[in-house]
Design a protein around this ligand. Structure first.
Ligand SMILES: NC(=O)c1ccc[n+]([C@@H]2O[C@H](COP(=O)([O-])OP(=O)(O)OC[C@H]3O[C@@H](n4cnc5c(N)ncnc54)[C@H](OP(=O)(O)O)[C@@H]3O)[C@@H](O)[C@H]2O)c1
Length: 273
C-alpha cells in the first residue's frame, strides 16, 4: 500500500514542492491549504487530495484529516510546514499580529499535531516532520518574533520525541536556510513605525543589507528542501535535525563553534551594522 503524507501550506513554496516530489515518488498526498479553490495543478494529479486546512481554524484541521483518512485509509507522515515571518521592530509590532504569528507558526502546529495523534497512536506508528529554520538555532536582527516561533518549534520537537517513542512515532526537524519562495514577499509581514525615530537608521541599514544579500540565485530552491524532507521521511533513522541547504549547513556549523560575542560581531560585519 502506498504511504500517505499530509502537508500544511501546500499552496506554494516548500509545501508545494514537497507535495509534487512525494506524488512523483508514488506516495498519496493530502495537500492542504487555506484556499483550495485556487489550486488546479495539484488537483489534476493522481493520488493527490487537495483540501482546506487553515491552521488557525481547528474545524478545518479536523475535517481535512477526516477526509484524508477516509480517502487513503491511513496517514504515515505529517509535514507541519505552514508558516510566515512577522518582521520589524518589536516595539512597533501590533499585539494581534504577534498573536497571529504564534497562532500560525506555533499553536497551529500544536493543533495539527494533537489532532493527528490519536490516529498515529492507534496505528502504533507515524512521523511528524516540523519545518523549523536556521532561524530556530541562530538569529538575525529585526526578527525577534519569527525567531521565537521557530525556537519554540525546536524545543517542542526535541522534547516531544521522547514521549512519541512510547507510541512508535518519530519526530523530525528540517532547518532550511534561505529558500527562494514567497516567504520574503507576500508571506512577509513587515512592521516598523517610522515615528519611533530612534530605530530608523538601524532599520534602514539592515533592510538594505538584507535585501542585497537575498539574491534568489544564491538561495536554495524549494525542490532542494523537498528532497531533504523526503530523506527525513524515508531514511529509517532516528535523526532529529536535518539542515537543508548549503547556507544552512555552513551557518549552523559556524554558529555552533562561536561564542555569542563572536557571533554578534560576525552578523554586525555581515550587515554593516
Ligand atoms: N523561504 C525561506 O527562506 C525559509 C527559510 C526557513 C524556513 N522557512 C519556513 O518554511 C515554511 C514554508 O515557507 P515557504 O518558504 O515555502 O514560504 P511560502 O511560499 O510563503 O509558503 C508559506 C505557506 O504557508 C501557508 N500559510 C500561511 N498561513 C497559513 C495558515 N493560517 N494556515 C495554513 N497555511 C498557512 C501559506 O498559504 P497561503 O498561500 O494561503 O498564504 C503558504 O502555503 C515556513 O514555515 C517558513 O517559516 C522558510
Amino acid at each position: 500500500m502506498n504511504k500517505t503524507i499530509l502537508i500544511t501550506g501546500a499552496s506554494s513554496g516548500i509545501g508545494r514542492a514537497t507535495a509534487l516530489l512525494f506524488q512523483e515518488k508514488g506516495w498519496n498526498v493530502i495537500a492542504t491549504m487555506r484556499t483550495p479553490e485556487k489550486e488546479s495543478e495539484l488537483k489534476s494529479l493522481d493520488n493527490v487530495l487537495v483540501n482546506k486546512l487553515d491552521v488557525l481554524e481547528i474545524d478545518t484541521i479536523k475535517s481535512s484529516l477526516k477526509e484524508g483518512i477516509e480517502k487513503f485509509g491511513k496517514i504515515d507522515v505529517v509535514l507541519n510546514n505552514a508558516g510566515y515571518a512577522l518582521m520589524g521592530t518589536f516595539e512597533s509590532a501590533k499585539r494581534e499580529s504577534i498573536i497571529r504569528q504564534f497562532g500560525v507558526n506555533v499553536q497551529g502546529l500544536f493543533d495539527v499535531t494533537q489532532e493527528v495523534l490519536p490516529h498515529f497512536r492507534a496505528n502504533k506508528e507515524g512521523m511528524f516532520i516540523n519545518i523549523s529554520s536556521i532561524g530556530g538555532k541562530m538569529t538575525f536582527p529585526l526578527m525577534p518574533l519569527y525567531h521565537s516561533t521557530k525556537w519554540a518549534v525546536e524545543g517542542f520537537s526535541e522534547s516531544l520525541r521522547w514521549e512519541m517513542a512510547q507510541i512508535g512515532v518519530k519526530v523530525k526537524l528540517v532547518e532550511p536556510g534561505g529558500v527562494a519562495t514567497d516567504f520574503g514577499g507576500r508571506s512577509l509581514d513587515m512592521q516598523h513605525n517610522p515615528e519611533l525615530t530612534e530605530y530608523n537608521e538601524f532599520v534602514g541599514a539592515f533592510t538594505k543589507a538584507m535585501q542585497a544579500s537575498m539574491d534568489p540565485s544564491n538561495m536554495s530552491k524549494a525542490e532542494q528542501i523537498a528532497e531533504v524532507i523526503y530523506t527525513a521521511a524515508t531514511d529509517g533513522k532516528d535523526t532529529l535535525r536535518y539542515r537543508a541547504g548549503a547556507d544552512a549547513k555552513q551557518l549552523l556549523a559556524a554558529r555552533s563553534n562561536m561564542s555569542d560575542e563572536e557571533f554578534f560581531t560576525m552578523q554586525e560585519q555581515q550587515f554593516g551594522l
